[in-house]
Design a protein around this ligand. Structure first.
Ligand SMILES: C[S@@+](CC[C@H](N)C(=O)[O-])C[C@H]1O[C@@H](n2cnc3c(N)ncnc32)[C@H](O)[C@@H]1O
Length: 221
């Protein structure tokens, strides 16, 4: 189920405008091929957050075909972006799309597991991220988060997408066939974790499929 009323979502999305024709086309391709790129309402929310934050160094876990990475690059003209994708085919498509957009000097597309690739960045001395977008395997958010936060500067924003998982995080009644028990349990643990961590100010929002916005207040909170 959608976590907001379908008519409300339709009303809001009717007013959505893509940032560029390139992004509009890529969204269409993603939707045709059933690639789970960020929802329009999530993107609209990010427009505001990115305009306020103006991040310079962005880390993303979950590239898919590169839609959100390209969106970050287009909306934050000075930002350098590191994006990680575990699926080889998707990573290859993302690189193709990033190169076609001429943005390969600003978007570093990394192939592999999110945590492992973040730890490789750490080993290379790459840190100072001020914006993190977590949008990959839902039951692994905690390990992506822990690896990423170690490379973040104070006041970094960490956005976790799909935290409500079509409301299944809220109640088991929405897991109709009981197929998502593990994912639900892990997501609930993750939400509790980021909401109780004293080094973070976390706000949960029912936008798109649910978003957590965490501000990292530094090691001493
Ligand atoms: C929701 S899609 C990402 C969509 C993308 N952020 C966008 O909006 O355009 C999630 C992606 O995470 C990838 N993924 C799954 N597990 C992963 C992992 N352990 N490390 C990195 N990527 C992973 C999947 O292959 C999938 O392409």
């Amino acid at each position: 189920m959608n976590i907001t009323n379908d008519l409300v979502t339709e009303y809001i999305n009717h007013r959505y405008r893509p940032l560029s024709s390139r992004l509009g086309q890529l969204r269409q391709i993603g939707e045709q091929d059933n690639v789970p790129i960020i929802l329009k309402e999530t993107e609209s929310f990010l427009n505001m957050v990115l305009a306020l934050k103006q991040p310079k160094k962005i880390l993303e876990v979950g590239t898919a075909i590169g839609y959100s990475a390209l969106y970050f690059a287009e909306s934050c003209k000075d930002a350098e972006i590191y994006t990680i994708e575990k699926n080889e085919y998707a990573a290859r498509s993302a690189r193709h799309n990033i190169t076609a957009a001429g943005l390969e000097s600003r978007i570093h597309s990394l192939f592999g597991d999110g945590q492992e690739q973040i730890e490789k960045l750490r080993d290379q001395g790459i840190d100072g991220f001020d914006f993190v977008f977590i949008d990959a395997a839902k039951s692994h958010y905690k390990r992506f988060f822990d690896a990423a936060i170690a490379l973040c500067e104070e006041n970094a924003l960490i956005i976790s997408d799909n935290i409500l998982q079509r409301a299944m995080t809220v109640s088991d009644q929405f897991d109709i066939n009981g197929k998502h028990k593990t994912n639900i349990k892990k997501m609930r643990e993750y939400v509790d974790y980021i909401c109780s961590d004293k080094t973070l100010d976390t706000t949960l929002m029912s936008i798109g499929d649910g978003i957590a916005v965490s501000i990292y207040r530094g090691e001493n909170g």
